[in-house]
Each structure stands twice: as C-alpha cells, then as structure tokens.
Unconditional design. Structure first.
Length: 169
C-alpha cells in the first residue's frame, strides 16, 4: 500500500521540475532541477539536497509500478462504470420509446373503439328507422284492408321503436 500523503509531502518538498540528467566527468549521473531560492528549501542548500534525496529514494520502480497499476485499475473501473451507465441510459431510452409506442397504440385502440361504438349506435338507429318505416307501411296496408286492430298494434310497435332510437343500449 502506498502512503499517498507521504508521497505528496516528499514531492512538494523536492526541487520543482523539470529535472534533467547530468553526466559527470567521473562517470556519475546526477538528476538536477532548476536552482531554488532558500524559500523553497529552508535555510541551507543541504536541506534542498536532502529533500530531493528523500523524494528520489521514495520514488523507486516498485512504487511507480504500484501507482501505475492503481491508475490502470481506476481507469478500468471508470470504463466499466461508463459502459454500465451507457447501457442504463440506452435501456431507459428503449423503455421510453416502448412506452411511447404503447401509448400511441392505446390511443389508436381507443379511437377505434369509439368509432366502432359510434358505428354500432348509428347502425342501431338505422335499423330502428328501417323497422319504423316497415311498421308505417304495414299499418297503411292493414288500414287499407279494414284491420284497425292490427293497424293499432303496428302503430304501438312503431311508437316503441321510435322511443328506442333515443336510448343507448
């Protein structure tokens, strides 16, 4: 486990970058940063060198690899969450579109039912009107043949038919 706070403190205490590598005549290699004023490292240059040495010793390959692994794990987690979020958003869009289609279908069915109901009502009125006309014809026929009782019965049926036209089934 990397002590992030300690790494931060060491990095903040070290000479700010960019650092460069210098090849010394004696074969040594030295990493150096820009020269710092005393305000960066305290009262002596020794403190600056000690801060840089502490920082360099803390940033070993194992630590860097652990940080890179952690970074990669975080990126993988981010990508996974991003995919899951994208899928959830797509699921929500699909559900919304399905709901919209079902709402449209329900509206179409309601209109169809209303139209069918109106057509049935009109067909009933038309049938009753047709029956009333036949009653009138039959009544006239019966009166022409001196059948007043039959004609009265037919008129009664016709009146019943007429009253049914205004009522809904």
């Amino acid at each position: 486990m990397i002590d992030e706070q300690k790494m931060r403190e060491l990095a903040e205490a070290a000479t700010p970058g960019p650092w460069e590598v210098e090849q010394k005549p004696n074969g040594y290699v030295q990493a150096v940063g820009p020269l710092r004023a005393d305000e960066y490292c305290g009262s002596s240059w020794v403190e600056c060198f000690e801060a840089d040495a502490d920082y360099v010793s803390a940033v070993d390959p194992q630590t860097i690899l652990a940080l890179l692994d952690e970074l990669q794990n975080l990126r993988n987690d981010r990508d996974s969450w991003s995919e899951q979020c994208s899928q959830r958003v797509q699921d929500a869009v699909d559900a919304y579109e399905k709901l919209e289609a079902m709402t449209q279908e329900r509206t179409e069915w309601r209109v169809t039912a209303e139209n069918a109901e109106a057509a049935v009502k009109q067909a009933r009125i038309d049938a009753l009107e047709e029956a009333r006309k036949h009653c009138d014809e039959l009544s006239g026929f019966l009166l022409g043949h001196q059948d007043r009782m039959g004609a009265n019965l037919i008129v009664s049926v016709r009146d019943s038919i007429e009253s049914l036209k205004g009522k809904t089934p």
